[in-house]
Ligand binder design. Structure first.
Ligand code: ADE
Length: 264
């Protein structure tokens, strides 16, 4: 439905592009003409993903822990060497695990905050200073979650993604003068490789939530990727600092306590 040249010769960085939603976003960008850099922490699966994605266009990779600013600077060095510019940053890397809040450890809490909040800020600041601000152009799409009515059962990620959403609003205003737009995509429950890591009771819960969704389905990776494409493209030129929910209305409707009920 989008023009196959929508992102022709644009340079895009997708963090966490090795698997799941990030991989799907990278694939769709490549199909529409972008040159894509993917990063994630683990070198070997990242190289495999980049090799697979190369069937759709120019895809390069670099292992990078987004919590480490030296590694993010090195990633920017590589982008500068190989492409000389950056047009789009998709902050997709993140992580969480289901747990009642009272059992989240110091380290578990800090890990989720560090990756989602610090990592997203570090990559955004470094790529903006290196590319977007000097270029006087840029686009950032932050992948968060549906946290509108809180996220009982994953309180750490609700707090972290709310922080990223607020950061998006601040940066969108500060950086508008440089023609940089920033927006969030908030997926609901999406069928992706990430769901395989959940235990059986969580999978049963997901089946129940699918029945309760007003559209009677979970989202697909392409549902999310297509929303990212819209916000990354000039089709959304007058939209910045906002959040697009891709969740079949779960942010409006439904029982947010299902996961907590399952744990109790
Ligand atoms: N994906 C999940 N956590 C990450 C991190 N710290 N750096 C890069 N990609 C990630």
């Amino acid at each position: 439905m989008y023009s196959p040249t929508l992102f022709q010769d644009q340079i895009a960085l997708v963090t966490g592009g090795r698997s799941g939603i990030g991989y799907g976003i990278a694939r769709r960008l490549l199909e529409l003409g972008a040159k894509v850099i993917i990063c994630s922490r683990k070198a070997e699966p990242l190289a495999e993903a980049a090799a697979q994605l190369s069937q759709y266009g120019t895809c390069v990779q670099r292992p990078c822990d987004i919590r480490n600013t030296e590694e993010v600077e090195a990633l920017a060095d590589q982008i500068e060497r190989e492409f000389g510019r950056l047009d789009l940053l998709v902050n997709n890397a993140g992580g969480q695990f289901p747990s009642l809040a009272r059992y989240i450890s110091d380290n578990g809490w800090k890990a989720v905050m560090n990756t989602n909040v610090n990592g997203t800020f570090f990559v955004s600041r470094i790529m903006a200073n290196r590319f977007f601000i000097p270029q006087r152009s840029g686009n950032v799409v932050n992948i968060i979650v549906n946290h509108l009515r809180g996220f009982p059962g994953m309180a750490h990620t609700g707090a972290a993604r709310a922080a990223v959403e607020n950061l998006t609003k601040s940066l969108a205003q500060e950086w508008a003068t440089y023609h940089i737009r920033l927006n969030c995509v908030a997926p609901g429950t999406i069928i992706s490789s990430g769901l395989d890591t959940y235990a059986e009771p969580v999978k049963a819960l997901l089946d129940q939530m699918e029945q309760e969704n007003l559209m009677k389905r979970h989202g697909t990776i392409d549902d999310v990727a297509n929303a990212v494409l819209f916000l990354a493209s000039p089709l959304s030129a007058y939209t910045s600092g906002t959040t697009l929910y891709v969740d079949g209305m779960d942010h409006l409707h439904g029982n947010r306590m299902r996961m907590v009920d399952m744990f109790r």
